[in-house]
Design a binder for this molecule. Structure first.
Ligand SMILES: [Fe+2]
Ligand SMILES: [Fe+2]
Length: 133
């Protein structure tokens, strides 16, 4: 599973870039665990849980940030976050029992969420933030 370079996802908003870096780091750790020959289900489930928990915190910080800058796309963005959380919660629950068997779904999900959401929807509020300064 390819490792994601967080620099590809920078928005030039340090607090959000920091959060995205942490998310990428967890996603990359999950890829690493799955590829190990002595792969341990416990580690995988723990990292999946960490990804879910960090995502909850990140979304809360990001939504507060968008509210702070009075971003007009906030409610649509919140909906996207809710959908991602739903998918992530389902994956985490599945991963807890099926482990590496969900690696492919996890990779697809990570690609969509980390690449499309951050460079797409997150990029939009970043553009808006820059336009205001
Ligand atoms: Fe984000
Ligand atoms: Fe977002």
């Amino acid at each position: 599973m390819a490792v994601i370079d967080p620099r590809l996802l920078y928005l030039d908003i340090p607090e959000m870039d920091h959060d995205h870096e942490q998310l990428v780091a967890i996603a990359n750790r999950i890829s690493g665990i799955v590829e190990q020959p002595d792969y341990r289900q416990k580690d995988f489930a723990a990292e999946l849980r960490a990804l879910k928990e960090y995502t909850i915190d990140h979304f809360a910080r990001e939504e507060a940030y968008m509210a702070r800058i009075a971003y007009p796309g906030l409610s649509a963005h919140k909906l996207q976050h809710a959908k991602i959380m739903e998918a992530l919660a389902a994956l985490a629950a599945e991963g807890a029992t099926r482990g590496a068997k969900i690696a492919l779904s996890l990779r697809l999900f990570t690609q969509v969420w980390l690449y499309e959401h951050i460079s797409g929807a997150d990029g939009e509020y970043a553009k808006f933030a820059k336009g205001r300064t």
